[in-house]
Design a binder for this molecule. Structure first.
Ligand code: ATP
Ligand code: MG
Length: 356
C-alpha cells in the first residue's frame, strides 16, 4: 500500500461497473489533485458467468452484492474521507440534445418539464433532471438557436445508490452518468472534440466531449466480454483461458496467434460501427467535427487497439491517460498505462468534488 500524509481531507470516486467496482481516493494537495489510494474488485463469478452483471440495462443494480463488494474494498482502503461521488452507467440515463430559441437560464428551466415529457418514457415526478448549455447554432434560415444537453435519471436509480452508500457508511454527494465523469477527466481544459469509447466488460459507453463537457451520449451492449466469448467458442477453450489469450495476444498476433484477433474482429467492428454512427450524428447535429478518439475502460488495453481504431475510423485514436490530471504516488507510476483507462471514470468522479 501507499504512504499517506495523515489528517488531510480526501474524496472518493466510486465506479460501479457491470463486472467490477473501482474506488479512488483523491487528496487536494499543494500540487493539485493527487491519488492517495485505489482499489478494484471484480464481482464474484464474473468470469465463470460472463452474462452475470452487478449492473443490468433493466435499471437494476444488485444492491446486496454491491454493498458486500464495497465493504471489502473499504476495509482494505480505510479511506480518510466519507464523501463520495458515484457514477451511473451510460445506459441508465436518458440524454438528448435540445435546440431552443435563445432565452435566459431561468426561462429554460421553466420549459424543461415540457421538454422532458417528449423524450423520457417515465412520469415527470419519477426522474431527476440536469441540463447543460452547449453552445449556439444557426438553422437553415439563419436563426440562432441554443443547444442544451439534457440528462434525466430515474429517481429509483438514485434511491438505490443512496441506500447502498448509506449501508457502507459513506455520504453520497454526487451521482452522475459515467460519460460525464469521463468527459471531465479526459477532456477538461482541452477544446479538442473527442469521441470517447469506453469499452467495459458488459457494455461500451460512447460519447462526444470537449473542454470537459459531455455533448453526446450513447452505448452498445457489444463489449470486451464479447471478445472473450468469441475466442472461447472459436477455439473451443474455457472462458478463463480465452480471457488470458485476449489479454496477452490482443490484435497483435501473427501466424497461429492471428486467429485470436480474427475471432474478435466481428465484435470489435460492432463496437466501432456504433462509434462511427455516433460520430456522424454528432457532426450533423452540432455542425462540428470530431478531432480524435480516446479509448477508455479496461477493454482499451487490448494490444494493438489504437492502431486498429485509427485505421478503421480514419481518425487518430489514443489511450485514455487520466493521470495527466491526477498526481500519483511514486510507487505506482509504472502501472499507469494499464490503470489509466480502467480507473478513468472513478478518477473523473474524484475530480468532480475537488474542482468546485
Ligand atoms: N489488457 C487487456 N486486454 C484486453 N482486454 C482487457 C485487458 N484488461 C482488461 N480487459 C477487459 O476489460 C474489461 C473490464 O473493463 P472495465 O473494468 O472497464 O469494465 P467494467 O467497468 O466493470 O464494466 P462496464 O463498464 O461494462 O460496466 C474486461 O472484459 C476485461 O477482459
Ligand atoms: Mg465501466
Amino acid at each position: 500500500m501507499f504512504k499517506f500524509s495523515f489528517g488531510e481531507k480526501s474524496y472518493l470516486g466510486v465506479d460501479i461497473g457491470t463486472a467490477s467496482i473501482k474506488i479512488v481516493e483523491l487528496e487536494n494537495s499543494a500540487k493539485g489533485p493527487t491519488l492517495k489510494n485505489y482499489g478494484i474488485l471484480e464481482s464474484r463469478g464474473h468470469l465463470e458467468r460472463l452474462n452475470y452483471a452487478i449492473q443490468t440495462s433493466g435499471l437494476k443494480i444488485l444492491e446486496e452484492e454491491t454493498v458486500q463488494l464495497l465493504q471489502i474494498l473499504l476495509k482494505e482502503l480505510k479511506p480518510k474521507g466519507v464523501e463520495v461521488a458515484a457514477s451511473l452507467p451510460a445506459f441508465s440515463a436518458f440524454t438528448t440534445l435540445l435546440e431552443m430559441p435563445l432565452m435566459s437560464p431561468e426561462e429554460i428551466s421553466k420549459t424543461m418539464p415540457y421538454q422532458i415529457k417528449a423524450f423520457v418514457p417515465l412520469p415527470l415526478e419519477e426522474v431527476t433532471i440536469d441540463w447543460l448549455p452547449i453552445g449556439e447554432v444557426e438553422d437553415e434560415k439563419g436563426i440562432k438557436k441554443q443547444q442544451i444537453f439534457l440528462v434525466a435519471v430515474p429517481n429509483e436509480q438514485i434511491r438505490k445508490y443512496q441506500t447502498i452508500f448509506a449501508n457502507v457508511g459513506l455520504k453520497l454527494r454526487a451521482l452522475e452518468i459515467e460519460t460525464i465523469s469521463l468527459a471531465r477527466v479526459l477532456t477538461g481544459g482541452d477544446p479538442t472534440t473527442s469521441l470517447i469509447i469506453d469499452i467495459g466488460a458488459r457494455s461500451t459507453a460512447i460519447a462526444v466531449a470537449a473542454a470537459g463537457n459531455l455533448k453526446y451520449n450513447s452505448q452498445t451492449d457489444f463489449s470486451s466480454n464479447a471478445l472473450t466469448q468469441a475466442i472461447s467458442k472459436g477455439l473451443g477453450i474455457t472462458i478463463p483461458r480465452a480471457e488470458e489469450l485476449k489479454k496477452t495476444r490482443g490484435l497483435t498476433g501473427t501466424g497461429g496467434e492471428y486467429e485470436v484477433s480474427t475471432l474478435m474482429m466481428p465484435y470489435l467492428d460492432a463496437i466501432l460501427n456504433e462509434a462511427r454512427r455516433v460520430k456522424e450524428v454528432y457532426e450533423k447535429d452540432y455542425q462540428a467535427k470530431v478531432d480524435r478518439i480516446i479509448l477508455s475502460g479496461g477493454g482499451a488495453n487490448l494490444l494493438g487497439l489504437e492502431k486498429y481504431v485509427t485505421a478503421e475510423l480514419g481518425l487518430t485514436a489514443i489511450k485514455a491517460s487520466p493521470f495527466a490530471k491526477v498526481g500519483l504516488p511514486g510507487e505506482i507510476t509504472s502501472l499507469t498505462a494499464e490503470l489509466g483507462p480502467t480507473l478513468a471514470v472513478a478518477l473523473g468522479l474524484g475530480l468532480k468534488q475537488i474542482k468546485k
